[in-house]
Design a protein around this ligand. Structure first.
Ligand SMILES: CSC[C@H]1O[C@H](OP(=O)(O)O)[C@H](O)[C@@H]1O
Length: 335
């Protein structure tokens, strides 16, 4: 448990706290924590925002709590009241994300049933998008969970997701705990699954969706989009509207986090897949550098649909995304 804002910043940087929607929630609680402990709130907010650059949700959550704090301080002149206001905003964001997760799961399962033949769906997913990244049951994984509960998940193919193995360590754990049929695979084995006709759809999360529909997600997502297009398989992104960033015009404008090389060169653990216990990656000594982008960017033309809590955006264009954001701003009843 983080006892103060600096500890939370380190937890975010080390991915002890990770995943776009959860980063937003944690960032908002971090602002409230900083206010409660008498830190300089704007300074703490900038530090939290800078902990990781790609997931836009982090700055969205931080700024929501910071804005609530600033307004309450201006209204009351009371730092305690301002800290309480920041905490209330963080809790509201937390609850909204839980509700958004449930709505995305429902919209996503409806879309799978529309796109795929009747019977069980064979879904490939990448990285980790379950309850460990959400106020609810997650984004893409929540759709797979809904399919499982409805008796319409034939198989969840789980990419291990090098180098930090979020799939092997976290998604495999969540899949096992849910009782769903899943199989772990190395990232470089995904192509042969497509070639064998074993993948009906790809479900992934997102860290930032640019105004033109470009999707930044865990590195390895773009190759899956190319494979999906080549094999005529739907490539579906599941993300809350807070992940859509109208202020980032296109994929080239998304800052892709570059992480330390040792995560590639030296992180080898005797057991890489969680077997029900909490999996962890030992901290490795610094080693030679390696190319280690934490994310990649998929162009909108390779994305079949984006599932949000407001409904399904397809085709993915600047116009359809702008409409989804406008719906969200108008507070329209979710579809
Ligand atoms: C939908 S949130 C999960 C999202 O975050 C992951 O990145 P990281 O583990 O580095 O925080 C990955 O991009 C997932 O899609």
């Amino acid at each position: 448990m983080c006892t103060d804002a600096p500890a939370l910043v380190e937890a975010i940087r080390s991915l002890a706290v990770r995943g776009a929607p959860l980063l937003g929630i944690a960032g908002a609680y971090g602002v409230a924590l900083a206010a409660a402990r008498g830190f300089d709130v704007p300074e703490a907010a900038r530090t939290l925002e800078g902990a990781r650059p790609t997931a836009v949700n982090l700055s969205v959550g931080v700024r929501r709590a910071e804005s609530a704090h600033r307004a309450a301080l201006a209204r009351t002149g009371d730092p305690t009241a301002a800290a309480v206001a920041a905490l209330a905003e963080a809790r509201a964001l937390h609850q909204e994300d839980a509700e958004a997760s449930a709505r995305m799961a429902a919209h996503g399962l409806t879309l799978l049933d529309e796109l795929l033949p009747a019977g069980g769906h064979r879904i490939l997913t990448h990285c980790n998008t379950g309850s460990l990244v959400s106020g609810g049951e997650g984004t893409a994984f929540a759709v797979a969970l809904a399919a499982h509960r409805a008796g319409r998940l034939r198989r969840l193919w789980v990419d291990e997701t090098r180098p930090l193995l979020q799939g092997a360590r976290l998604t495999a754990y969540e899949a096992a705990r849910s009782g769903m049929p899943y199989t772990l695979l190395t990232d470089n084995a995904a192509g042969s699954l497509f070639a064998a006709g074993e993948v009906d759809a790809v479900l992934i999360g997102a860290d930032r969706i640019a105004a033109d529909g470009s999707v930044a997600n865990k590195v390895g997502s773009y190759p899956l989009a190319v494979l999906a297009r080549y094999h005529h398989v739907p490539f579906i992104v599941v993300a809350p509207v807070t992940t859509i960033d109208p202020d980032t015009p296109d994929g080239a404008s998304i800052e892709v986090e570059q992480r330390p090389g040792f995560e590639v060169t030296e992180v080898v653990a005797p057991q890489v897949a969680a077997t029900g216990a909490a999996g962890g990656i030992p901290v490795a000594p610094l080693g030679t550098q390696a190319y280690n982008p934490a994310f990649d960017v998929t162009p909108p033309e390779l994305v079949t649909a984006i599932v949000t809590e407001q409904g399904v955006v397809s085709p993915v264009t600047a116009e359809s995304l702008a409409e989804a954001c406008a719906l969200s701003r108008r507070g329209a009843d979710p579809a």
